[in-house]
Design a binder for this molecule. Structure first.
Ligand SMILES: O=C(CO)COP(=O)(O)O
Length: 126
């Protein structure tokens, strides 16, 4: 197993362009991590930055958020970047809540918007 830290990347539909842009802009920083992502987000990230080490899980509405939540609970995810869309109704809203709850329970760094994610990258550069 890789000794790289693991970062989870997720974006809701209206935020996926933003996530693709974020991944492209910060490929060098993100390359230091193992990345797990929900299915569609992971595809967009790989299109934008093909050299990143991305494992794609299920799509969010089909269980991807819960898979990442489980990985947080088992200590496999060190950091969460989740570009949420607070203006759209989602069929899997309970899964989103469960995921952000577990990130809080296990006290892992969690950025829910791009401004926070940019700060993570800045901090990580030192
Ligand atoms: O819905 C999501 C997170 O709640 C994201 O899932 P996708 O990346 O598969 O679209």
């Amino acid at each position: 197993m890789s000794d790289k830290q693991c970062i989870a990347l997720i974006a809701h539909d209206l935020k996926k362009d933003d996530m693709a842009d974020f991944a492209r802009a910060h490929q060098a920083s993100l390359a230091k991590f193992r990345i797990v992502a929900t299915g569609t987000t992971g595809g967009r990230v790989l299109d934008a930055a093909p050299n990143l080490d991305v494992t794609r899980l299920k799509s969010g509405p089909l269980g991807g958020d819960q898979q990442i939540g489980a990985m947080i609970a088992t200590g496999e995810v060190d950091m969460l970047i989740f570009f949420i869309d607070p203006l759209s109704a989602l069929p899997h809203d309970v899964d989103v809540k469960a995921l952000t709850r577990l990130a809080t329970v296990y006290d892992i760094p969690m950025a829910l918007n791009r401004a926070s994610a940019e700060k993570f990258i800045d901090f990580q550069k030192g």
